[in-house]
Design a protein around this ligand. Structure first.
Ligand SMILES: CC(C)c1onc(-c2c(Cl)cccc2Cl)c1COc1ccc(-c2ccc3[nH]c(C(=O)O)cc3c2)cc1
Length: 232
């Protein structure tokens, strides 16, 4: 039967995309990617600055997700802490697939490869970027997938999981419809998108190891990253 986006789904879509577009990392931060120092130290410091800016952007985006601010406050924090790394993997992956400003993609790759991350994490990291790139997600799909990732009910320490499910479910239903409408020739496209969310979970594990290896080499993070990642 014909797939139809309802008026209220249209309104939800508009809110999520507006929030996603409104909250971008400031140009003066990402432009630093093009500066010429490429030492491991310089790369780590720059990525730390971008990640810190990305967390701030993420918090603002999350606050604009309909219903999020009416969740239990401790659950709001638990959702943000539990999804920050995955949301940043998604966002940085979109840089690689959406061909950001001229040259940013290449230098971002270069800086990530040479920032003190051990080889064993570089491979799964760039495999993920490649698999996201191959999906050629449209902006609406990227925004919805990020909101769905944030609204994952079974994050650690979430008390009222049902309340989170009630917010996530309409987003998942909307994304499913969008996929059918945007990729009619590919019925399994929606399943492939959700498959990325599973891959994201495994990257959480790798990231925890990355943080430990950076710390043993005495790499400093910003207070915001320490708080959201429970380090130092
Ligand atoms: C603290 C730092 C070193 C860090 O630790 N883990 C990661 C880390 C790593 Cl490598 C990989 C994945 C996730 C994390 Cl969370 C990082 C660096 O994290 C980010 C790197 C880049 C971006 C990002 C997001 C949007 C962007 N737009 C543009 C643009 O040019 O417009 C550039 C850009 C960069 C976000 C997080």
């Amino acid at each position: 039967e014909k797939v139809e986006i309802t008026k209220e789904q249209e309104a939800l879509m508009k809110l999520i995309v507006e929030a996603y577009n409104k909250h971008q990392i400031p140009q003066d931060v990402t432009k630093q990617l093009l500066q010429d120092q490429y030492s491991t130290e310089e790369n780590f410091l720059l990525l730390t600055e971008i990640a810190t800016s990305q967390v701030q952007v993420l918090v603002e985006f999350t606050k604009n997700i309909p219903g999020f601010l009416s969740l239990d406050h401790e659950d709001q924090i638990a959702l943000l802490k539990g999804s920050a790394v995955e949301a940043m993997f998604l966002r940085s992956a979109q840089v690689f697939s959406r061909k950001m400003p001229k040259g940013h993609t290449e230098v971002l790759e270069e800086r990530i490869r040479k920032s003190g991350i051990s080889e064993e994490f570089i491979t799964p990291l760039f495999n993920f970027y490649k698999s996201v790139g191959e999906l050629h997600m449209v902006l609406e799909e990227q925004a919805l997938l990020t909101a769905i990732t944030i609204l994952t009910p079974d994050r650690p320490y979430v008390k009222d999981q049902q309340a989170v499910e009630r917010l996530q479910e309409p987003m998942v239903n909307l994304l499913k419809k969008l996929c059918v409408l945007q990729h009619p020739q590919e019925p399994q496209y929606f399943a492939r998108l959700l498959g990325r969310l599973t891959e994201l979970r495994t990257l959480n594990h790798y990231h925890a190891e990355m943080l430990t290896s950076w710390r043993v080499n005495d790499h400093k993070f910003t207070p915001l990253l320490c708080e959201i990642w429970d380090v130092q």
